[in-house]
Each structure stands twice: as C-alpha cells, then as structure tokens.
Design a protein around this ligand. Sequence first.
Ligand SMILES: Cc1cc2nc3c(=O)[nH]c(=O)nc-3n(C[C@H](O)[C@H](O)[C@H](O)COP(=O)(O)OP(=O)(O)OC[C@H]3O[C@@H](n4cnc5c(N)ncnc54)[C@H](O)[C@@H]3O)c2cc1C
Ligand SMILES: NC(=O)c1ccc[n+]([C@@H]2O[C@H](COP(=O)([O-])OP(=O)(O)OC[C@H]3O[C@@H](n4cnc5c(N)ncnc54)[C@H](O)[C@@H]3O)[C@@H](O)[C@H]2O)c1
Length: 463
Amino acid sequence: MRHFDLVVIGAGSGNSIPGPALVSEQILVVDDGVHFGGTCLNVGCIPTKMFVHPAEIAHEVAEARHVLNATSGEIRYDWQGIRDRVFGRIDAISEGGEEYRASGEPNISLLREQVRLTSEHELESASGERITFDRLVIATGSRPRELAALPLGDRIHTNDTILRLDNQPERLAVIGGGAIACEFAAMFAGLGTQVVQIHRSELLRGVDDEVRACFTEAAKRRWGLHLGTEVTRAVTTADGVTLTLSNGDELTVDHVLVAAGRVVNTDRLGTQELGLDHRENGALVVDEQQRVLRGGEPVAGIWAVGDSANTAQLKHVANHEARVAVQSILHDLGRAEAPSGVLGPIPLVVFSSPQIATFGRTLAEAHDDGLDAVEARCDYGATAWGWALADSEHFVKIVAERGSGTLLGAHIIGPDAGILLQPLVQAASFGQSVHGLARGQYWPHPAATEIVENALLKLEEQL
Ligand SMILES: Cc1cc2nc3c(=O)[nH]c(=O)nc-3n(C[C@H](O)[C@H](O)[C@H](O)COP(=O)(O)OP(=O)(O)OC[C@H]3O[C@@H](n4cnc5c(N)ncnc54)[C@H](O)[C@@H]3O)c2cc1C
Ligand SMILES: NC(=O)c1ccc[n+]([C@@H]2O[C@H](COP(=O)([O-])OP(=O)(O)OC[C@H]3O[C@@H](n4cnc5c(N)ncnc54)[C@H](O)[C@@H]3O)[C@@H](O)[C@H]2O)c1
C-alpha cells in the first residue's frame, strides 16, 4: 500500500499547495477532472472571460453609433476562431501542468482518479487502490447543479461543455439568474446569438436593489428575459430543444445552458461519514487556519480550501485559503508561525454586460444590522469620463457608518466596475475611514476613478 506525507485531493486551487516550502514532503495530488487544473482554468473564470472580452468588443461595435455617430454594418464573428484561441492557450497550460505534476518533481506523484475517504488517514480510488497519508488537504470544489427537467446531452449543457461547441448557437436558452447565467447570457448575446434567459425569480439576488434594477433593464434591451418562470419540460428534436415553461409558453432553441448553482463535491468524498462539520450547502466548516472541524474543534492533519470550504465560491478566496493552508501545514510541521488568515471584505465582480462589482453591505443590510449607515451615489454621467462614454445609466454607490466613516460596502454597475471597486476594497481592508479618503490623495483627471472620488465626497458630506 502506498503511503504519502501529504495528499491533496483536487488540483484546482489544491494544485498550488505543493511548492518549494513542502519540497521535503512526499505529496500525492489527486484529480478526476476531464482537463487537469480545476474549474477556474478549464471551465470557469478564465475561459469565460476570454469569451466575455470579444463579446464586449462586439457589443461596443454594435453600439458604436452611440459614441461615434457612425453607422455600423453587419459584422460576422468567427466562433470557432475565438474558441480555438481560448482553448489553444488553456489546454496547453492544463496539459503542461499535468505533465509537470506527473513527472516533473521527485517528491510529487499524480493520481487521475476519483477517490473517496475511508478514514481520516486513508482513501480508496475508483479503481480500488488504497492509499494512506499523514496529512490531507481537501480541495474538491463544486460541480454544476443539474435540473431534472433538463437532462444534459448534445443540446443541453452546463458551463463544462458549452464553450467547446463546434458552432455558435443561433438560439440559446440560459436557465438561472446568478453570476454564471448573467455572464453567459451577455457573452452569447454580444456575439450575436439570440438569447433568452429563463429564471424562477429575480436576477442576481443578494446584489444591491438599484444595481439589480439597472442590470435587469439593460438585460431586457439585449436579450429575452422570462422572470418568475421555470422550465417544466424539454423535448429534444432534430430542430432543437422545445422548452415548456411553467406559465404554459413554449419556445424552441438550438441549445440550452443550465446555470442553476453549484453542488459541493464533498457529497461524493465521504466527509459526512467521517463526522466532519458541514455547512448547509455541503462545504466543510474550517477555522481561520483552514483546518476542518468536527464538533467545532479542529481535526488534526486535515485542511480544506476553496469551494469545498467556503460559500463564496470565488477563485481569489480559494487562492488565499490555499496560501493559508500551506502556512498552517508548515506550522503543524514546526517550521512556521500559525497563519492569521483573516483578510478584509470579499469583492465580487460579475463580468456581464454591464459589469457589476460589489463588496460588503447594502444600505438596507446595514440598517438591518442596526448600523447608523449612510449612502452616496455618483453617476458615471456626472463626470467627465462619463461624458466621454456618453453614459447615462451607470453608477457607483458607497455605504459608510455615520460618524466613524467606516466603509461598509460599495456597489458599482458600469464599465470597468471591477477596477473602480478596488481602491474601496483596499481602504476597507486596511481599515481606512471615508473621512479624508477623497481629498487625501490625487485622483487623475479625468480618469474613471473620479466617479469613485465624487461618490466619496458626497458621502463625506453626510457623515
Ligand atoms: C462558469 C464559471 C465562472 C466563474 N467565474 C469566476 C470569476 O470570474 N471569478 C471568480 O473569482 N470565480 C469564478 N468562478 C468560481 C471559481 O471558478 C471557483 O470558486 C474556483 O475555481 C473553485 O476552486 P476549487 O479549487 O475550490 O475547486 P475546483 O477548481 O473545482 O477544483 C476541484 C477539483 O477537484 C476534483 N475532484 C472533486 N472531487 C474529487 C474526488 N472525489 N476525487 C478526485 N478529484 C476530485 C475536480 O475534478 C476538480 O478538478 C467561476 C465558476 C464558474 C463555474
Ligand atoms: N465573476 C465571478 O466572480 C463569478 C462568475 C461565475 C460564477 N461565480 C461563482 O460561482 C458560483 C456559482 O454561480 P451560479 O451562477 O451557478 O450560482 P448562483 O448561486 O449565483 O445562481 C444560481 C441560480 O440558479 C437558480 N437555481 C437554483 N436552483 C434552481 C432550480 N432548481 N431551478 C431553477 N433555478 C435554480 C438560483 O435561483 C440562482 O439564480 C457563484 O456563487 C459565484 O460566486 C463567480
């Protein structure tokens, strides 16, 4: 029976655990993914954004008349060319990474199989191999939730398969109203697919109400939107997929994308049987060192990171957790201080069109928490950069506590929202009050950051 000092299950964020600091450990990396390297690299953040950008250019060209007073003729996009540019780059990284893990380092071995824990120090692979270990990192991530009414197949996809289609769908139904659904809907619509998004409630629940309303209006202008509706039946024919909706409507599309949330992969790992603490969504409960808990106490020798250990389901969170886990393992080995682990608020950027960026509380949430909070809004259109963009709909909102000026949240919709959010994430992370934040530094004129500066100035007036 093989034995390892450390086993890492999951080679997404888990793949960054082995490194120079652990070179003296015999490490086994285990992964059962079709492509090596996890969700972000193969079917998540990176390929989607590599499609989102060309789609955004295409959208801007279509809108060019608005800013250029130009007449834009019909432009045809080369789906296969875009797809091959994306996967030509990504697949090479995935294949190179797999080869390096399999044979590039003397202390690291690779197992490409699904495994299940049989105890805290033993696992069994699908082919029946039993392997023991001293320490374990669980980084098994999540997978798309499937819907009974929409069995996956050649025409019904998740994010795992749709980006590799040979031909761009002329008609696409997107099911769901979260980040994935909103990004894919805008992306396909930008490239000229006739998109219809079908969702049982409102888009982007949990995001600031005004931001959501602005997004929903923009979405309605760009693609079909059926809200408060579910798909009850799907019939695949030679012509496409005919969907029956809960309101009785029927529509036929070429392909369907199911984006109805993620299932945490602990359900097939055996962690429940080990009595480890789980959250409602199946993620493991961990402490600030990423050690998994049982009965609220850390279990010796087991760490968890990423989607299997948090509810944020974001890559920047998973990356940070992996760094914390490495330091905690080194601490366990007597070679480092214990990590502190805690960073500031977690930002979320939805790379749809328009883009949304947010962190922290909305004004309503701050009030619900009993805080004396105030909010200021600056429209893009109230600044010189907004005039350059001819923007009349997007805005920045900042929430702070009256008196102390503590930054409680920020909510942005519009071009480069993710970039505009970061100075506020930085201020909140380093405990900087809103007092003096606008006037205590230069803001280059007339850059888009002036929108943030003006929101801060308005906010300060209310403190
Ligand atoms: C379409 C999409 C777009 C996204 N866009 C963004 C974005 O723009 N920004 C952002 O921050 N986040 C984004 N995310 C979320 C982000 O991709 C995830 O939060 C992150 O990749 C999770 O990393 P992880 O290491 O926890 O898991 P993963 O990367 O999913 O890795 C887990 C690995 O474990 C393997 N595995 C699971 N169970 C077993 C088992 N029992 N045995 C062996 N192997 C196993 C899996 O095959 C997988 O390779 C997106 C997600 C999706 C789906
Ligand atoms: N830009 C980003 O950072 C980015 C992009 C994509 C995904 N992600 C991450 O990935 C995670 C998953 O994204 P997501 O959009 O799949 O999840 P989500 O949880 O945001 O949205 C899931 C959607 O599916 C709907 N849904 C759930 N069950 C359903 C059912 N049975 N029938 C019909 N609809 C159903 C929900 O109402 C919701 O609108 C997110 O938590 C997000 O953090 C991040």
